[in-house]
Write a protein that binds this ligand. Structure first.
Ligand code: FAD
Length: 306
């Protein structure tokens, strides 16, 4: 069996594996796709000490760093279950089972998409999901935020300080964001909020986004807004389905961890976007992976010798 088995090969998983291997532990990584969300990222300008990089370039660096150590990398494998006997067992969709004395779950999350024409085509060309990451690209331009929950209104307030104007489109008849955030957004001169709006299409000129089309659900009329950017804020879905029922999750599906990265299952730790950690960012996921790995080491040195 492994000493530490990491499930997930994004920034959290890579950091966890390197920290474990550097302790001389027998370490494996099982991942569906090495690099995770970073593979889908165009420009990265907030990975501290690297002024500007691109997702695939950062992933190549992660992979090179992991491969510098004796880590057993198993790619194109999806975990489908987790259980605990004397060891932790991770079942794979392929039918195989991996055994380890400890496991670090770092399976990340995925942004919920609008699934409208143009969204995929213009992703990274005006369609964005992360205001902390891409907000500054739209300095002095007009943008929309799709979604009037907490993350949507937080994004609108954040963007309003950078861009010329923000239009928030909410499907429902009222915003779901906290009252204090709604009041703050209303107090800002450059945020408009449109409720009962169903976004139906992302418009572009072949190169980048030029606007969007939405239906006003009150009278079914169709409207167009000219914009340079569209921030989709309709939910981040944690990839935690395979542990559901075995490890405690929040009602939004995040794996509940404490400040050491411990989960509700003995010997199982978690890190990164799949967890309750606030703020989902590369640098935070890496820190979480390091924390979980050091906690796994602490756990292992306290086990009775076999
Ligand atoms: P992920 O990167 O999501 O990696 C998860 C890993 O788990 C992957 O290897 C995946 O294949 C694997 N996996 C998932 N399910 C399973 C399973 N069942 N079995 C096996 N493996 C599984 N952050 C920044 O700091 N700066 C930016 O500029 C930035 N831009 C972004 C742009 C976009 C378009 C997106 C989508 C995100 C961006 N982020 C940015 C956020 C950042 O990418 C995430 O916070 C970070 O990647 C989270 O790392 P993670 O390791 O927790 O998860």
């Amino acid at each position: 069996p492994f000493d530490v088995l990491v499930v997930g090969g994004g920034p959290a998983g890579a950091a966890a594996a390197i920290y474990a291997a550097r302790k001389g532990l027998r370490t494996g990584i099982v991942a569906e796709r090495f690099g995770g969300q970073v593979m889908d990222t165009v420009g990265i300008e907030n990975f501290i000490s690297v002024k500007k990089t691109e997702g695939p370039k950062l992933v190549a660096g992660l992979e090179e760093h992991v491969k510098d150590y004796a880590v057993d990398i198993m790619q194109q494998q999806r975990a489908s279950s987790i259980s605990r006997n004397t060891l932790v067992e991770v079942g794979l969709e392929s039918g195989a089972t991996l055994q380890s004395k400890s496991v670090i779950v770092a399976t990340g999350a995925r942004w919920r998409k609008m699934n409208v024409p143009g969204e995929q085509e213009y992703s990274g060309k005006g369609v964005a999901y992360c205001p902390h990451c891409d907000g500054p690209l739209f300095k002095s331009k007009k943008v929309a935020v799709i979604g009037g929950g907490n993350s949507g209104i937080e994004a609108a307030i954040d963007l309003a300080g950078i861009v010329e104007h923000v239009t928030v489109l909410e499907f429902d008849s009222k915003l779901r964001a906290d009252e204090v955030l709604q009041r703050k957004a209303e107090s800002m001169g450059n945020i408009d909020i449109i409720t009962q709006a169903l976004t139906t299409e992302v418009n572009g000129d072949g190169q980048s986004v030029t606007g969007l089309t939405y239906t006003d659900r009150r009278d079914n009329s169709s409207h167009e807004i000219a914009l340079a950017g569209i921030f989709v804020q309709i939910g981040l879905v944690p990839n935690s389905e395979f542990v559901d029922g075995d490890i405690d999750l929040t009602k939004r599906g995040e794996i509940i961890i404490n400040e050491r990265g411990e989960t509700s299952m003995e010997g199982v730790f978690a890190a990164g976007d799949v967890t309750t950690t606030p703020y989902k960012q590369i640098i935070i996921a890496m820190g979480g992976g390091a924390t979980a790995s050091l906690s796994a080491f602490d756990y292992l040195i306290r086990q009775q010798p076999a």
